[in-house]
Design a binder for this molecule. Structure first.
Ligand code: DGY
Length: 320
């Protein structure tokens, strides 16, 4: 029996590519560039399935032009904001994601962003590297201690829960807001807030872990930033779209925010030059899940979903 054909849009780990080549007739993106819309559509015409990353946008228009033979989009990401799930459902295209396997890695990056922002990691690193460290005093490079502070999780899903666990390890008090309150055993003493506003009012560190939907775009805007305690820290390892970056720049410049630690931006790759020009930011290039272990696990999870689909079973991580 011939193997199903599969387009893999980006360079995955060797182990994942080996497994994919064993079970599928694989089409690769040899130089790992981001496909233009036209290239994406063109490559999709001759395959039964596609394994994309968040870098490929499947909006309603692209979905409408996919061939009838293409039956599944098995994402290599937990976020699915790059796929119009409603339009996919209407076209009868199954969509899956890769939850769980990246929670530890992403929570680690949230801690790096928090500490990098609180302890002025980027400024200090730059100073030493550039040979500009020529002074020391007790008043030099003083930052914020996170121990004993309130870590506020907006979106207490899998990543949010692991981030809360890690922050607990730093002696922080955990607060959260989520659409639904967690069962007591998952809360582990975290304090539930029934509104975003109530959470913001206590957030010494606000860490974003909610999905991007049309309702959550610019969720953290000027009005909401104003609700934070003075000198708060914003951590975003979810999606850049959640934050109004113009309002963020203002809050960072005015000192309303002590600092921000960001792994994600509205414009990726590239980021926001106005944010990058500030000293009180710790910035990373969307590497929340970028560990060898997690990349293997994400690729395998995407392949597990494809295997289930082509074996006539329900993929475990179906989102549409
Ligand atoms: C995810 O899985 O959503 C990460 O942001 C990487 O794409």
């Amino acid at each position: 029996m011939s193997k199903p054909s599969l387009l893999i849009t980006r360079r995955l780990t060797d182990a994942v590519l080996k497994r994919a080549a064993r079970d599928y007739d694989v089409q690769l993106n040899a130089d790992d560039h981001v496909f233009s819309r036209e290239e994406l559509l063109d490559h999709c015409q001759s395959v039964d399935a596609v394994l994309p990353c968040h870098s490929e946008r499947f909006d309603a228009d692209v979905l409408a032009q996919l061939p009838d033979r293409l039956k599944i989009i098995a994402n290599h990401s937990v976020g699915t904001d790059h796929v119009d799930l409603k339009a996919a459902k209407q076209r009868g295209i199954v969509v899956t994601n890769t939850p769980d396997v990246l929670s530890d890695a992403t929570a680690e990056i949230a801690m790096l962003c928090m500490l990098g922002a609180a302890r002025r990691g980027a400024e200090g690193n730059r100073m030493v590297r550039e040979g500009k460290w020529n002074f020391w005093s007790p008043a030099f490079m003083v930052g914020r201690q996170v121990t004993g502070k309130r870590f506020a999780v907006l979106g207490m899903g899998r990543v949010g829960q692991v981030a809360a666990e890690r922050a607990r390890g730093f002696g922080m008090e955990i607060h959260y807001h989520n659409r639904r309150r967690l069962p007591v055993e998952l809360e582990k003493g975290a304090i539930f807030h029934d509104s975003v506003e109530s959470l913001l009012a206590v957030a010494d560190v606000l860490s974003l872990h909610c999905p991007t939907t049309p309702d959550s775009i610019d969720l953290i805007n000027a009005e909401r930033l104003a609700l934070l305690p003075d000198g708060a820290i914003l951590v975003n390892t979810a999606r850049g779209a959640l934050v109004d970056e113009r309002a963020l720049v203002e809050a960072l410049k005015s000192g309303k925010l002590f600092a921000a630690g960001l792994d994600v931006f509205k414009d990726e790759p590239g980021g926001n030059p106005e944010i990058a020009a500030l000293d009180n930011v710790f910035l990373l290039p969307h590497i929340g899940s970028a560990t060898f272990e997690t990349r293997d696990a994400m690729g395998n999870r995407a392949l597990d979903n494809l295997d289930a689909f082509f074996a006539g079973r329900e993929p475990a991580d179906r989102v549409a």
